[in-house]
Design a binder for this molecule. Structure first.
Ligand code: G3P
Length: 514
């Protein structure tokens, strides 16, 4: 029988390819988990959508599934003190405020249909100044161009906008709105880690920027669109309560975009700490403390977390394709049905055999920001077999991480001593060893790698008083970590990276004259 005093925190982890609900104890250990994949919609090359209702359903199923396990193990759901949310960022949903119904599929962060809009915005006067306000360069990645595309191309969306009833939200907002029951309760909020991914927010003031809204208005008046109130990442009151399911009436008290959540879950609370999460994409966040650093080397400035009105910032290097590259080998090329088999394939060859795979399926993100780069393989000979392709797919993420770390050192003026890692691809020892070889610093992988979900639980745990100080979390998830030290000599590593850099240059401009 469970200890009566034991307290737990629930965590909704709504990612790009799956949703999960996890329940953590006070030691930061997951005691119950349920996961569900949902449909990925690719209507055209470069397009990527999700069904907004399908996302909600998958989250509800996960809560139900995890609670069943939790109760079967003898716990009472009353010992769950609060719920945190973490989510895929930038992905854009629009709905009608009067009905609460989504007006289109969500446009996913990886979607490149807005490259043309991004180009037009870049050509506008003043485009060189916007990084300093919102922390992000203009590209198809943030939510702004996705909202503009919906306004421009979907009649239903435009009509609701003209009637003054159009709501915009990232997935955190959509989740809290719907899980609270929709228009009736009208909980309409976003935390700064999510709002900083839209381009609409002033990164210093944590409020919507009039200048940005004006710059981005294109042919619309963005002030007519309902945007969620920006609130702290941990708060007792503002996120509302679940309106149905086994946890009906339980409070949501924390919210963090998934990459910020992973930084928190890795306990990257201090300036100078960093983590790299190899999920669907791969995202390196470097905590820069209470001041935002605006990158001059291709990185983003983002909010790491805001637990108490004193925001902490991070420099971010975003890579669009990581686990999705592995999935591509599995689903599109039929390499295998299990991701660990891709690592086994990669291990079946001693090296990449001269093959470089620029996995630019969504253009290239940081630090390159090449919208028109396409996925390209260089160095194909009769020697190349599937193992080399698998290896080159893993290596592509490691090369981009190396480029990001170089940029980060230039921006921050500091050399990182070690890099904490998590996410699906970090399970691959080969991938992590390659990473260490390329960046030349130790790669530290925790035993429990549900750090994203743990981060959201920590946010909710702070708001509900389960934890009160960062110090109380010191021992959480420290046992059993693995460290990968660089083994490859520096010259060989530099040669590999040089080849990658050449391949990046050659991957752009395909279809340019069409
Ligand atoms: O910015 C996109 C990011 O939040 C998606 O994360 O974990 O689905 O790769 P993930």
């Amino acid at each position: 029988m469970a200890d009566k005093e034991e307290v737990f925190v629930g965590s909704i982890d709504q990612g790009t390819t799956s949703s999960r609900f996890l329940i953590f104890n006070k030691a930061g250990e997951p005691v119950a988990v349920h996961q569900e994949e949902f449909t990925q919609i690719y209507p055209n090359p470069g397009w990527h959508e999700h069904d907004p209702e399908g996302i909600i359903k998958s989250v509800e199923n996960c809560i139900e599934g995890a609670i069943k396990i939790f109760e079967k193990d003898g716990h009472s759901k009353d010992s769950i003190k609060a719920i945190g949310i973490t989510n895929q960022r930038e992905t854009t949903v629009v709905w009608d405020t009067t009905t609460g119904e989504a007006l289109h599929n969500a446009i996913v962060w990886t979607d490149t249909r807005t490259a043309g809009i991004a180009r037009e915005l870049k050509a506008q006067q003043g485009s060189d100044k916007i990084m300093n306000i919102c922390g992000e360069p203009i590209s198809s990645y943030p939510s702004a161009t996705k909202l503009l595309w919906l306004l421009k191309n979907v009649e239903k969306v435009r009509k609701v906008y003209e009637a003054g009833n159009l709501a915009f939200g990232t997935i955190d907002t959509w989740l809290t709105y719907k899980l609270n029951g929709g228009p009736e309760k009208n909980v309409f909020v976003s935390d700064p880690t999510n709002a900083s991914r839209t381009m609409f927010m002033d990164i210093r003031k944590l409020q919507y920027s009039d200048e940005m809204l004006e710059f981005l208005s294109y042919e619309f008046d963005l002030k007519k669109v309902h945007m969620p109130k920006i609130v702290r990442s941990a708060d007792k009151e503002v996120y509302g309560k679940l309106s149905s399911g086994p946890l009906k009436g339980f409070p949501i008290m924390g919210c963090l975009g998934d990459q910020s959540a992973a930084l928190v879950g890795q306990k990257g609370f201090e300036a100078g700490s960093a983590k790299n999460t190899y999920g669907t994409g791969c995202f390196l966040l470097y905590n820069t403390g209470d001041k935002p650093i605006i990158s001059t080397h291709g990185l983003l400035t983002t909010v790491a977390f805001d637990f108490d009105g004193k925001p902490v910032y991070a420099l971010e290097g975003s890579i669009a394709v990581a686990g999705s590259g592995v999935k591509f080998l599995m689903n599109n090329l039929g390499f295998s049905h299990a991701s660990h088999k891709i690592t086994e394939l990669a291990e079946s060859v001693p090296d990449n055999g001269g093959l470089v795979f620029v996995t630019a399926f969504s253009g290239l993100f940081a630090p390159y920001w090449i919208d028109d780069a396409h996925g390209t393989m260089f160095g194909i000979t009769h020697h190349i077999e599937r193992g080399h392709i698998a290896r080159a797919t893993l290596e592509a993420v490691c090369f981009q991480t190396k480029a990001i770390l170089d940029a980060m050192q230039k921006d921050s003026g500091h050399e990182l001593k070690e890099l904490k890692v998590d996410g699906g691809m970090s399970n691959s020892a080969l991938c992590m060893q390659t990473q260490a070889d390329l960046v030349g610093i130790p790669i530290v992988r925790p035993k429990m790698r549900e750090t994203t979900a743990l981060g959201a639980a920590i946010a909710a745990g702070f708001a509900s008083g389960v934890w009160k100080t960062f110090d109380e979390l010191k021992e959480v998830n420290t046992a059993g970590q693995t460290t990968f030290e660089a083994k490859l000599d520096k010259q060989a590593s530099a040669k590999m990276f040089k080849r990658w850099s050449k391949a990046v240059t050659m991957s752009k401009g395909w279809l340019a004259e069409e």
